[in-house]
Design a binder for this molecule. Structure first.
Ligand SMILES: *Cc1c(COP(=O)(O)O)cnc(C)c1O
Length: 492
């Protein structure tokens, strides 16, 4: 590449022609708004051909390309093929549906391009306020601390790091786990989320340190077994340090008995961490908040803003009851980051003092925008609606002769399968069925194994879903189920 130093001064990454840039910007904004307004008219998800996947393969761009053409490429080849979670009939895994005002917040946050790791500027104070609001939502005292994270996986990781550091009995930050006299143990149920295992692996405890306690027939942790495991481990010279309670298990939406677990943790001097990725949001429902009574008893509580709150991806949160414990686990300021009383390096404690990231986006702004836009009131309605929709759908299938409910509906998750006396291998049949439903573009459920049983599963964290959407879903399950049954009968 040829250039002379003399023309470098005029080079930057901004547009040369702001007027034509503005035209493109407005076109894009209009397109995105229309895209969101018409989401219901498109398939939830469309399978991709290899040819489509190749449309984004190209050599590393060496030369500047035309912005209009870049945008057209995106509009033609990427935008029409989303993962589907903004659609009203997407209930796979656990996702969030996003929001138009959240999108605008992303635009504004990107314009400021604020590094929210620290320093003294308004975005930092917006973040502090959002965390204060989160404390109020979850019943945590204002003296507790919090951190916005990339999601609940990171929030679980930070929470368990603090638990380990507080309870290990040695200065783990200094000596690691090399000098821990007793092996550490963490307890959770077999219905835990995989991010709890990952956290145990990452913080050096290892998967084997995570004791999976059996669940009851309501998919909640078996307290008798939990108590027995703790006692047994103590007798064998191990050191129990924490219990992870699941509030809204990913498989069935079950909620562990928080108050009883909290009492046990207090008796046993164990850290109580709650994984409430989506379930913690039940606290916002005036009708159902009783289901998650005791959230405020946690030493640390992890949850997501990007799931049930529909804040655009990706943002989660960890709240910690004892601010000093939180700070002690993560504060680390070399001289170039040292705190000042005046100037830009002021601002007291920074987000980086409470987490892993130094540089950090302004994800607080989309929460700030959307909580103000909707108030607790609208969120109360959405969460309550989704829970009622789960009950509605469960009723629909319970009265159907071909569809079987597979787990109690504790919250917003429904597990079910298609059955028929002629079918030999129900697991294989339902595996094919879930794919066919997804490929139909009409709805997106996902699946889970409940013991040996392959289950279709929906997790309803979608503000756009209507009750009628569940009628449509029910009909397509029946239609595709019966089609598949006939196809199998023909080949027999
Ligand atoms: C989604 C989920 C997580 C992980 O959260 P991410 O935001 O995807 O990192 C953890 N626990 C439960 C119960 C979840 O549903």
């Amino acid at each position: 590449m040829q250039y002379s130093d003399s023309n470098l001064d005029a080079t930057n990454l901004d547009p040369d022609d702001w007027a034509s840039f503005s035209t493109l910007a407005h076109t894009m904004l209009d397109d995105m708004l229309e895209y969101l307004q018409t989401v219901r008219d498109r398939p939830v998800w469309s399978p991709l051909t290899d040819k489509m996947k190749k449309t984004v393969r190209e050599p590393l761009p060496q030369h500047p390309q035309n912005r209009e053409e870049i945008y057209q490429m995106f509009k033609n080849n990427v935008l029409p093929y989303p993962p589907g979670n903004i659609h009203p009939r997407f209930w796979g895994w656990v996702n969030g549906a996003g929001s138009p005002f959240g999108m605008l917040a992303e635009l504004a946050a990107a314009a400021m391009n604020s590094n929210n790791g620290g320093r003294d500027h308004m975005p930092k104070y917006v973040e502090e306020e959002v965390i204060n609001w989160a404390k109020q939502l979850m019943g945590f005292p204002q003296t507790s601390s919090g951190i916005l994270t990339s999601g609940c996986s990171e929030a679980n990781l930070i929470g368990l790091t603090i638990a380990r550091n507080v309870k290990a009995g040695v200065d783990v930050r200094e000596v690691g786990l090399q000098q821990v006299p007793q092996q550490l143990r963490i307890y959770t149920s077999t219905a835990m989320h995989s991010s709890i295992q990952k956290a145990c692996e990452v913080i050096g405890l290892g998967n084997a340190a995570l004791q999976r306690i059996p669940i009851t027939d309501t998919y909640q942790i078996n307290l008798t077994a939990l108590t027995a495991a703790i006692n047994n481990d103590r007798e064998n010279g191990l050191l129990p340090i924490a219990v992870v309670a699941n509030v809204g298990t990913v498989n069935t939406g079950a909620i562990d008995p928080l108050e009883k677990i909290a009492k046990l943790c207090q008796q046993e001097n164990l850290w109580l961490h709650v994984d409430g990725a989506f379930g913690a949001m039940t606290a916002i429902s005036s009708r159902y908040s009783r289901l998650v009574k005791g959230l405020e008893l946690a030493d640390s509580l992890a949850f997501d803003f990007h799931k049930w709150m529909s804040i655009p991806f990706a943002v989660g949160c960890l709240l910690v009851k004892n601010e000093q414990d939180h700070f002690n686990s993560f504060n680390l300021r070399p001289s170039y980051l040292s705190e000042a009383t005046r100037g830009l390096a002021a601002g007291g404690r920074w987000p980086t003092d409470y987490g892993i990231q130094l540089s950090k986006g302004f994800s607080a702004l989309k929460i700030w925008f959307m909580l103000k836009e909707n108030g607790v009131e609208n969120y109360d309605r959405v969460v309550t609606k989704n829970i009622l929709q789960a009950q509605y759908f469960a009723k629909l299938i319970e009265q159907d002769e071909f569809i079987e409910l597979l787990a109690p509906v504790a919250l917003n998750v429904v597990c079910f399968r298609f059955t028929h006396p002629q079918l030999q291998d129900l697991n294989a049949f339902n595996q094919e069925l879930v794919i066919r439903i997804q490929e139909s573009g009409i709805a997106v459920p996902s699946s889970v194994m409940l013991g040996d049983i392959f289950s279709l599963r929906i997790a309803i964290t979608n503000h756009r879903s209507t009750f009628a959407d569940f009628d449509i879903f029910y009909n397509i399950i029946l239609k595709l189920g019966i089609d598949l049954l006939q196809q199998i009968n023909k080949t027999l």
